[in-house]
Design a protein around this ligand. Structure first.
Ligand code: LLP
Length: 423
């Protein structure tokens, strides 16, 4: 079978013509847990983390996993045990990290719209620092910290105005972006931070986008941040760290991705002999390839123009194709013999609910498909649109399978609704 090429040691591989997650047949998981189902490989997460840790060995660093990629408590706990800190963007993500056993002092808090209640809670539990995105936010954090008789550790997020080659929706470092403080304006914010009694400036940070497959924009952005750090040190801003953000791309199709060692070499070179700790905030590169979405073909529908596989998963489970035109590999769990060209479509009442177009697949009604590389921004971007309960999620470790999120029920969907007294 041409698909057996994936090494048997890869987290998702074919064995005797059947797709497996580690040592577990996906067919069995579908019977046991029903579909659609998110399936994660523990080994894949561990391997991805180890690759980062190896690439950065010898450089004082902290890997802050970007929780938004996948906030599953089980995955957060696993990553915390591996040594990860966390990059959060909301109070909800902070609570997830704490519940999973993550240490507050390893948490950095990013995002342009931090609310007062979120800042208060983060200060109370003692996070490592706030990645401040505006002068107004700096003032707010200062006032709250003074009121709580605390000093907030802050890093300024610099917008280096770089054009990274990625989808416009996930590209954040350019001049018109809402993110960060534009490099040219940062100095006055730094000066203000040094005046304020409730904050302590400990770092600079930048994040220029996601699914970046090229070293050049990183080099440019990181150099910009390092130059600013030198400049600010001259007027008395002794920084502890530089945070180079996340965005490291993964191979969904045929993208050529620089080796993590190359990213690390650039980071090291930019840091030079500055005595600063390096922080990075990878999300996708840690969990993207570790998850698949398992879905059953409900119908094969033939129109005058196309053959459609109508699956029980759609844009509610995996939004990326509808939102970004993202390409995910689609594999038959048990490939048949006769192939045809299909569009894979979900059941949601939206024309955008197409998971994949023009894929050559050997499958029929009732067959199972695995949408690959869904570990990042899959479950975390899911929704209940069309009143669809969210799928269950399982974590596979060798031959062991753990349910890490139960399937939602229709009662769950209505649990927060309130029917006022009838009038
Ligand atoms: N740090 C910050 C401040 C971020 O905004 C992000 C992602 C990350 C780190 C992690 O980026 P990663 O290493 O995962 O690329 N939903 C989109 C991706 C949005 C990314 C938003 N920010 C997608 O599905 O492709």
């Amino acid at each position: 079978m041409l698909r057996e090429h994936r090494a048997a040691t890869a987290p998702f591989h074919y064995r005797k013509g059947e797709l497996h997650a580690e040592a577990v047949a996906l067919n069995e998981l579908a019977v046991r847990f029903d579909t659609p189902l998110y399936v994660y490989s523990r080994q894949a997460v561990e391997q991805a983390y180890a690759r980062f840790a190896q690439a950065l060995a010898g450089t004082p660093h902290q890997i802050c996993y970007a929780v938004k990629a996948n906030g599953s408590l089980a995955l957060l706990r696993l990553l915390a045990k591996l040594g990860a800190g966390f990059d959060i963007v909301s109070g909800g993500e902070l609570e997830r990290v704490l519940r999973a056993g993550g240490k507050p002092e390893t948490v950095v808090f990013s995002g342009v719209g931090k609310r007062e209640i979120e800042i208060r809670r983060a200060l109370a539990v003692g996070i490592r620092c706030f990645n401040v995105e505006s002068a107004a936010e700096l003032e707010r954090i200062n006032a709250i910290a003074l009121g709580m008789q605390k000093t907030a550790r802050v890093a300024l997020r610099i917008n280096p105005e770089i054009q990274a080659q990625t989808h416009p929706h996930i590209h954040t470092g350019h001049s018109k972006s809402k993110f960060g403080i534009h490099a040219g304006f940062a100095e006055q914010v730094v000066r203000r931070a040094l005046e304020l009694q409730g904050v302590r400036l400990v770092g600079l940070t930048c994040h220029i986008g996601s699914q970046i497959t090229d070293l050049a924009p990183y080099t440019e952005a990181w150099r910009c941040v390092a130059r600013l750090a030198d400049r600010y040190a001259e007027f008395g801003a002794p920084l502890e760290h530089l945070d180079f953000g996340g965005g490291f791309g993964i191979r969904y199709r045929d993208e050529s991705i620089p080796d993590l060692g190359e990213f690390a070499a650039v980071a090291r070179e930019v840091l030079g002999d500055r005595e600063l700790q390096l922080l990075i905030e990878p999300g996708r590169a840690l969990v993207g390839a570790a998850g698949i979405l398992l879905t059953r073909v409900e119908y094969v529908k033939t129109t005058p123009y196309a053959k459609l596989l109508v699956t029980d998963a759609g844009m509610t489970e995996l939004l990326r194709p509808a939102l970004y035109d993202a390409w995910h590999d689609v594999r038959e769990v048990t490939p048949g013999t006769e192939t045809a060209l299909y569009d894979v479509v979900g059941p949601v009442c939206e024309s955008a609910d197409v998971l994949a177009r023009e894929r050559r697949l050997a499958i029929g009604a009732g067959g199972l498909l695995a949408i690959m590389d869904c570990g990042a921004y899959g479950a975390s971007m899911g929704s209940n649109y069309n009143s669809r309960p969210r799928p269950a999620e399982v974590l596979v470790d060798g031959a062991r399978v753990e349910l890490i999120r139960r399937r939602e029920t229709c009662n769950d969907l209505m649990a927060l609704d309130i029917l006022p007294d009838e009038r």
